[in-house]
Design a protein around this ligand. Structure first.
Ligand code: NAP
Length: 279
């Protein structure tokens, strides 16, 4: 199949690498010439350019630009598309994106691969980024079944764990497991950095090991992406942060009151609950 990708960064570049290894012809469009050249050199696309016209003959297009550019990218693409072209996006927020794009392009299927790294840009693109990880599609009642089937046929061979849900359910769920962790992890790094004793801070930085690496990873990622999560999923991000603040206050309360059995109960419960989210 002839596939287009707009936005040759971490996600767009990684999709290109995987789709090409499945035997598809992949054409890319990105904002900068330099990115296009690197994408071709890295084998993420067969060819690339900065003009959306380049994708005129494609069967399906993955829109992999930052959240703020998804809708405008689609409206700028439309003049070059045949009515059968299927569009999908990879944005980390779905409700506002699907509500904006569905009315202007019938063959649109919202999507979100739940994969990433702390790096961004084409240099960070990698083979197999999506394998074994969830990939959510968020079709609506009006999404054509053929469009859903076509996108599924492209992403299933990437060994993803495929899920369907409504855009609103997606945004509520990912606020808990993706957007809240970014804010919590960023606050953790900021709290540590605010240590006023410079020798204690230096020692902490030297002693930081696997535990800190795990808990700080998502807070040390792409700042633009974190801002957009909050900007485009405001209600759900605020709801999850407010519950999180209550849970933190509960823990502070048990420690202030030296109520070690209450603290132990909280920690035993979290130990039991963690495997329900990750193995
Ligand atoms: P990224 O590495 O920064 O890549 C985005 C790329 O989009 C940039 O390389 C940039 O290309 C290009 N771009 C920006 N504006 C453009 C425009 N107007 N037209 C064409 N290309 C444009 O970001 P990313 O992490 O891949 O994120 C891309 C999308 O994936 C976002 O919608 C995000 O919500 C979603 N997502 C991200 C993750 C994650 O963990 N990173 C996970 C799942 C989904 P140039 O280099 O040419 O400027």
């Amino acid at each position: 199949m002839k596939i287009g990708i707009v936005g040759l960064g971490l996600i767009g570049g990684s999709l290109g690498l995987d789709l090409r290894s499945q035997g598809h012809e992949v054409l890319g469009v990105s904002r900068q010439e330099r990115t296009c050249k690197i994408a071709v050199a890295r084998g993420a696309v067969d060819d690339a350019g900065v003009d959306l016209k380049f994708l005129a003959d494609t069967d399906a297009i993955f829109i992999c630009t930052p959240l703020a550019h998804l809708y405008t990218t689609v409206t700028q693409l439309i003049p070059y598309l045949s009515l059968n072209t299927v569009l999908t996006d990879v944005g980390s927020v779905k409700n506002s994106v699907v509500q904006a794009i569905s009315p202007v392009w019938k063959n649109f299927v919202g999507g979100h691969p739940m994969s990433g790294t702390a790096e961004s840009g084409i240099e960070a693109a990698q083979h197999g980024l999506f394998a074994q990880n969830p990939y959510v599609l968020t079709p609506t009642e009006t999404t054509p079944l053929g469009a859903i089937a076509l996108i599924e046929s492209l992403i299933k061979p990437l060994q993803v764990r495929l899920y369907h849900c409504s855009p609103a359910d997606h945004d509520r769920a990912v606020a808990w497991i993706s957007h809240l962790p970014v804010m919590v992890s960023a606050s953790l790094i900021a709290a540590c950095t605010s240590e006023s004793d410079s020798s204690a801070l230096k020692l902490a930085q030297m002693l930081a090991s696997s535990g800190f690496r795990d808990t700080s990873r998502v807070g040390g990622g792409n700042p633009e992406l974190g801002v957009m999560m909050a900007q485009y999923n405001t209600v759900e991000v605020l709801r999850s942060l407010s519950v999180y603040r209550d849970k933190l206050d509960q823990i502070i309360g048990t420690i202030e009151q030296e109520d070690w059995s209450a603290l132990e109960e909280i920690l035993q419960q979290s130990q039991r609950d963690r495997p329900k989210f990750v193995e």
